[in-house]
Structures are given as structure tokens and as C-alpha cells.
Design a protein around this ligand. Structure first.
Ligand SMILES: C[S@@+](CC[C@H](N)C(=O)[O-])C[C@H]1O[C@@H](n2cnc3c(N)ncnc32)[C@H](O)[C@@H]1O
Length: 369
């Protein structure tokens, strides 16, 4: 039997016949003898009630309505301006709402401590490949960027395989995640067997990524967590002669380097004691061309991947494809053709409407897969 209730008070029974709830398919299967309590907001969204996944439900009037493993939230979305919600009634009863004017969340029910969304494994949809904790931040974020889902899948699907011979360091496949924040891309790569350097200028964001690693069962994965300026770190890696098989960049339109205390600590621990070029505020249109050029000096010669994503109005995929192709033409790549694909990241709502969430550009040169 499935019983729907509203804030503790039962309102209706959906079925008295018993059955099994298939959370991925979002339907009740006949047979069985199970009682499941479904919170009332989920009554409107039965497909998401017990889902452990993320789903955009509706969007419009500058906001989006989402299910985070069954918890319904309503928060701002600039991309949803000038569009009307498809299902206005669906917005009436939500668990949490972020107000942009007061910059505060209002929670009708307490935010569950262990709330997490799962990203299914490619080969086995029943098994989560990633478990991403979600929690409200003061800026209206939730600690996860679900629009990156296809990129995590691409990182897992095209993961380079280890060399069969050589030293442990040369056999290992190395990845660099710049502007790494929640670490979901870091975990997608670490879970595929890569060692990852995870770089973000904000210490709390790096701490959040460590919690994601624990939730995804990757606490002991070979990940180096670095509070550092992305551009300065790349310059030091070029001087050290390190090489990477994958570089992921998700730069903001505008950002700060690390606070000077964190930066000096990062440098003190670093193998290269030369001071980094003083980190200045990051601006995508001004700084991405040079950072990307430097990243191309860091990629391994025989096979590599570069993923660039962004949400800035100042640059789009055409600008970044242009930068990538300019860098590729300066490299000798032998007879192999790198593949470059680009497009828009989107989130699909319940009705299949797409909400824009920025651009992606993927560059892949593969010799072994
Ligand atoms: C758009 S978020 C990245 C989100 C990330 N891709 C994810 O999925 O969680 C941008 C991140 O860049 C970081 N950042 C801003 N300026 C930086 C800089 N100069 N160097 C390194 N990280 C920086 C911010 O702290 C923030 O965590």
C-alpha cells in the first residue's frame, strides 16, 4: 500500500492492493506487501517521490522547481526569465525555497542531514557511480551542478586505460580539475581509475569536495586537494614538467584567487618554491585564452582530453572551440585527428522542455580507446 501524507497527516491512500515501488521507473508494481509513506509534495510528482536521482520538474518566471532525491526545492534561475511555468500548481507546496532579495532559504521541513543524489553507473543503472551530497548554500546553490551530468558521463565513458608496462607513475592516468568546487568531475575521473589534482581557490569548496569523496566511497582514491589559483598552479606544473591525460576547466565569469594565507600555505607545501605569479581576480574573457594555451602545454602527447564548460554571457562554445582549434593547430599530433564537440548544457523538465545551463566544449585525442 502507498500512503500519501501531508506534513505528518495522512491524506489519501493510493492503492490498497499492495505492491512494489520502482523508484527509477517511478511506478507502482502489482504484488508484494509493502507499505511506503510518500510525502505529499511527491503526490504531484510520483515519479520522483522515492527516486534517489535529480530531476528538474518545471521552470519559468526566473525560477526552477527541482526534485533532489524526492525533496522539492524552488530557487532562482536567470535562464528561466521570460518563460512561463508549464504547471503553476506544482509550485504551491515545496520543501525549500530560496529568496533572492533576502538571500535566504525558507525550509518548510528540516533539510535532511544525509540528503544526496545519485548518478547511476553507465553499465549498471541500479548501482550509483556517484553519490553527491546536496545542501543549501547561502548563495542559493545546492552543492551540485546537475547540468554537468552528461559531462560526468563523458568523463567516465571515455576514461583512458592504464598502460600495461612502465613505472607506477607512468602507468597511472593523470587528471587535472581546475575550478573544481564540488568535485563531482573529480569523482567521475577518480572512480574511473585516474589520479586527480583537484584545484579550487576557495578552501570551503575544497573541503566540500572531500565530503563528496566520502559519500561516493572514494575517500582513499588518489586525489590531491589543492587550494590554489588555477592559472598559477598550471604555470608551476609546466615548470615541473608534469603531464596530464585529462584537464577539466569550469571557470566562473568572474572569481577570486585564494586568500593570501591559503596561497602561501599551498606554496610552502609545493615542490616548486618559486612564488606563483600574484593571483589576480579571474575574468573569463580576459584570462581563459592564456590558461587554455598553458593547459595544452600540460597535456600528454599521445592521448588526452580537455573539457571546458562555462555559464558566462561573455563567452560561448564558438569562442572556446576557436581557442581550442588554434591551440591544436600549433601542436604536432601525428596522423591522429582530435575530435572536438561542443554544445549547450541543458536540464530537461518533466514535460521535456529544456533549460539552458551554459556551454561545453570537449576535445578528445585517443590512441587507446
Ligand atoms: C562554476 S564553479 C565550478 C563548479 C564545478 N565545476 C563543480 O561541478 O562543482 C567555479 C569555482 O571556481 C573557483 N574559482 C574562482 N576563481 C578561481 C581561481 N582564480 N582559481 C581557482 N579556482 C577559482 C570558485 O571557488 C568556484 O568553486
Amino acid at each position: 500500500m502507498i500512503v500519501l501524507w501531508r506534513r505528518g497527516c495522512k491524506i489519501r491512500s493510493l492503492s490498497g492492493s499492495g505492491g512494489r515501488w520502482d523508484s527509477d521507473a517511478g511506478r507502482l508494481e502489482a504484488g508484494g506487501d509493502l507499505t511506503i509513506l510518500v510525502p505529499y509534495p511527491a503526490f504531484r510528482f510520483p515519479g520522483f517521490a522515492l527516486s534517489r536521482h535529480y530531476q528538474l520538474i518545471d521552470f519559468g518566471n526566473g525560477r526552477k522547481l527541482e526534485s533532489l532525491a524526492g525533496r522539492i526545492i524552488d530557487r532562482p534561475s536567470p535562464a528561466a526569465e521570460n518563460v512561463s511555468p508549464r504547471d503553476p500548481a506544482a509550485w504551491a507546496d515545496v520543501d525549500s525555497r530560496y529568496d533572492l532579495n533576502s538571500r535566504t532559504w525558507n525550509h518548510r521541513t528540516a533539510w535532511p542531514d544525509q540528503l544526496a543524489i545519485e548518478v547511476p553507473d553507465l553499465a549498471d543503472p541500479e548501482t550509483p557511480a556517484l553519490r553527491l551530497p546536496v545542501q543549501p548554500t547561502p548563495f542559493g546553490h545546492i552543492g551540485v551542478f546537475p547540468e554537468q551530468m552528461d559531462n560526468w558521463r563523458w568523463l567516465m565513458r571515455t576514461a583512458p586505460v592504464e598502460e600495461l608496462s612502465g613505472s607506477p607513475r607512468s602507468r597511472q592516468r593523470h587528471a587535472l580539475n581546475l575550478f573544481a568546487y564540488t568535485g563531482a568531475s573529480t569523482m567521475a575521473m577518480a572512480g574511473s581509475g585516474m589520479s586527480v589534482a583537484h584545484v579550487d581557490a576557495a578552501k570551503p569548496n575544497v573541503e566540500a569536495a572531500k565530503r563528496v569523496a566520502v559519500a561516493s566511497g572514494l575517500r582513499d582514491a588518489p586525489v590531491r586537494y589543492l587550494v590554489d589559483d588555477a592559472a598559477a598552479f598550471v604555470q608551476r606544473e609546466i615548470r615541473r614538467g608534469n603531464r596530464y591525460h585529462t584537464i577539466v576547466l569550469d571557470p566562473p565569469a568572474y572569481g577570486h584567487g585564494p586568500k593570501s594565507k591559503s596561497k602561501s600555505k599551498a606554496n610552502a607545501n609545493s615542490a616548486d618554491k618559486r612564488p606563483a605569479k600574484q593571483a589576480q581576480a579571474w575574468r573569463i574573457a580576459r584570462d581563459l585564452p592564456e590558461l587554455l594555451k598553458n593547459c595544452f602545454q600540460l597535456v600528454s602527447g599521445r592521448s588526452f582530453r580537455i573539457l571546458v564548460t562555462g555559464h558566462s554571457a561573455e563567452m560561448d562554445q564558438a569562442d572556446v572551440v576557436d581557442l581550442v582549434e588554434r591551440n591544436l593547430s600549433h601542436r604536432r599530433i601525428g596522423r591522429l585527428q582530435p575530435q572536438v564537440e561542443a554544445g549547450r548544457m541543458t536540464l530537461s523538465d518533466q514535460a521535456g522542455r529544456k533549460l539552458d545551463a551554459g556551454f561545453y566544449v570537449r576535445c578528445l585525442l585517443a590512441t587507446s580507446h
